[in-house]
Design a protein around this ligand. Sequence first.
Ligand SMILES: [Zn+2]
Length: 445
Amino acid sequence: MKYDNALFAQHLAGMVKFPTVSSADPDKTRVDDFFALHAYLEETYPLVHKTMEKEIMGKCALVFHWKGTGKSGKLPVLVCAHQDVVPEGDWQGWTYPPFSGHIDEEGILWGRGSGDCKSTMLAELEALEGLIGDGFVPDYDIYVAFGYNEEIMGGPGAACQIIADTFKERGIRFGLVLDEGGGVMQTENGPVATINIGEKGYADYEFWVEDKGGHAANPPLHNALGKLGHAMWTLEANPMPLRLTEVVTNMFKAQAPITAGEMGQLKADPEANWDALRRICLETRENNGFFRTTTTPTMASGSAQANILPEKAAIITNSRLLPGDTLEDLEAHFRAVLPEEVKFRLVKGHNPPAISSTESAGFRLVEQVTKAMHPGVTIVPGLVTGGTDSRYYCGLSDSVYRFVGGRNSGKGGGVHAVNEHVDTTTLDSSVEFFVRIFEGYADAE
Ligand SMILES: [Zn+2]
């Protein structure tokens, strides 16, 4: 197996050139761009396409299956990534055009999707292509799943729901699932690997107030938009309560030895220090996302013209649910703090998925490989405050980790912003991570 970062960079640049944008309106997703990417992958990874069975699920999800010898008696492994990217935003803001895949003298590759999430697709495919080239044959089955609407939170028609349902129908369960979410950071206390074992839930709500409207020259004391604005202020001022969950407790304990100052001491025993952690959060918002379900207004609408009073004012909010909370809990909270004239409905959302085990053979393998590749590394079982496609597979495995093992040099950035970029000089570390996972899985205990 040869780890050639210059070649990996070229392949990644090739992938970035396809503008596989997932539009908030699923009918506007340009499926042709996804199929063009598939053709490029077929050219670039001929051994994967020769050895593994390829299936298109839903509109354009890519699923590969490598039937192993079965000698290990182990459940299959699933590795994931998403093909879609967020819209490129304002082209004026990009130093290099967003779908050019420009690589500069320092090996930084610029373009939408370079970091999120095509570098993960690349690592998984390079690892498989390399292993097949070396004559490796797994003693268990390997699956690869690349969805196409992660960035719009799936919603109805989520690619990975279709994939997970298909796996379920076929009676397939997994011993290990890996997806985007974490890597190995270099810190002044040495490398830190955050292996994310859980993620928060997600919900978009629409809130609205109806009114009789009329001429803006004769306004009431509070019109529909004013009432709704007040309601949002009320929601901000009365958030869901702070609480300490098991996953965050364990994450903090793992982080304690590498966290400086007072916070390091507090994290060593979060239960005993809960009052202090709580107080700091209330004063500074530090760890707010880890301690509670959050809700924040993000989009608003009123009347169609400046001199018309709104007959309906509407606001969309975005919520992230802490493990243990459900959509019903959140809705009960809305009803408790808001006046009755403020109506709401769920636009889309899901409860937090199950937390994966840190006691499984899959977790231990990920930990062992990471320790072998990064001597002195601190392993942190973490919680993602965002969302990933891996949640769809939580019903099919106890070992779903949002971790791809790559060394994070700190030189990448711009995810979901203009000038997204990735450091191609560290791509080999993520490729090697997957190679070692595939090589080690049959014997993992
Ligand atoms: Zn992503």
